[in-house]
Ligand binder design. Sequence first.
Ligand code: IMP
Ligand code: MG
Length: 395
Amino acid sequence: MKNTAIIGTQWGDEGKGKIIDFLASKFKAVVRFGGGDNAGHTVVINNKKYIFHLVPSAILHPKTLCVIGNGVVINLKNLLKELEELKKTKKKIARIFISEKCHLILPKHIKEDKKKGRKIGTTGRGIGPTYTDAVARKGTRLIDLQGKKSFRPQKYFDYYQQLQKDYQVKIGDCSLLLDKFQQQKKAILFEGAQGTLLDISHGTYPFVTSSHPTIGGIFIGTGFRPRDLEIIGVAKAYTTRVGEGPFPTELKGAMGSFLREKGGEYGATTGRPRRCGWLDLSILRYAKIINGLDNWAITKVDVLDGLKEIKVCTGYQLGSKIIKVFSPNLRILRGIKPIYKIFPGWQKDISKFKKFNDLPTNTKLYLKVIEKETQLKIKFIGVGPERNQLIKCES
Ligand code: IMP
Ligand code: MG
């Protein structure tokens, strides 16, 4: 088994949680490397829906270690809440290891994030202000709680102790731990949160999150260089976005509502309706470059079942120029017009299919177009929310 990274290639919510849950049992550890409880990863097992915000999506695999890397910002209260909820399910859960270098989200950060002002449409979880304090060298880290009974607010010290006592959470340097696993030739799975276009450096700035959901986030967010890394880009069969900012293929009318309702496109963290639109291949080409992707996981293909025709954006028109690769430059984005190709839909429910070859001809055509236009193979195809509703393509 190779080390593997699961990276979001659009604006988050591509269905990474499901892929991670599917793969988790094969790995020694599953590692979150960025973001915080702004993430909402949904896993469905036997009709029961679990939404994880801060705990890695491998938490339901008791033999896999869940690691929260130093690039993650932590709300201790919400982490405990998540663990308490999991306890109620009586399911056996994985052990958790948290980097002592993680910055803490404090009440002041949440207050700051919720202030009205510049309209980015954040999740209001204090993510941005916490990273801001980290960079300004005035943040508070887990390290600062070690042996500090006098830490204010006091409840933070209590949370810190509770995590260790009630949930046997280990706190230390995750870099050393991951290095040890690598020396033992044990494979590690890296769990991306958010997506490429929300990256603080490579996304549609300033309409982005404050972390690095792209591949580079792994190195900084864990202090570890994985060798033999397979990088799987996760893309939804259409596009969604929560919050403000450019979205070239957005559908504002009935078609957008159709995708929202059928795909259950409401924020797992905030409940906000997600903006929906057609698949944009120029975004996928950009994500391939930024992340050095090795293959695709295309999710929620079943949401398109029953449509008469499906549009796919193959590039943009900018004046007399054709642009093939997405640009996060807002000036360019203001001037472009998406170019669409229209494909025939399939009038079948594909949610029970187990093999690529058995899929309806038009579904295969749609997927083949993604491969051809991005010059990258598809490895997984999501055909429903359940753990087993995933087709593994032969390579
Ligand atoms: P923040 O991450 O709360 O600072 O929000 C910044 C932007 O990222 C907003 O547009 C959010 O809606 C978006 N965002 C943050 N986390 C996620 C996610 O997990 N999925 C989708 N969008 C997200
Ligand atoms: Mg999500």
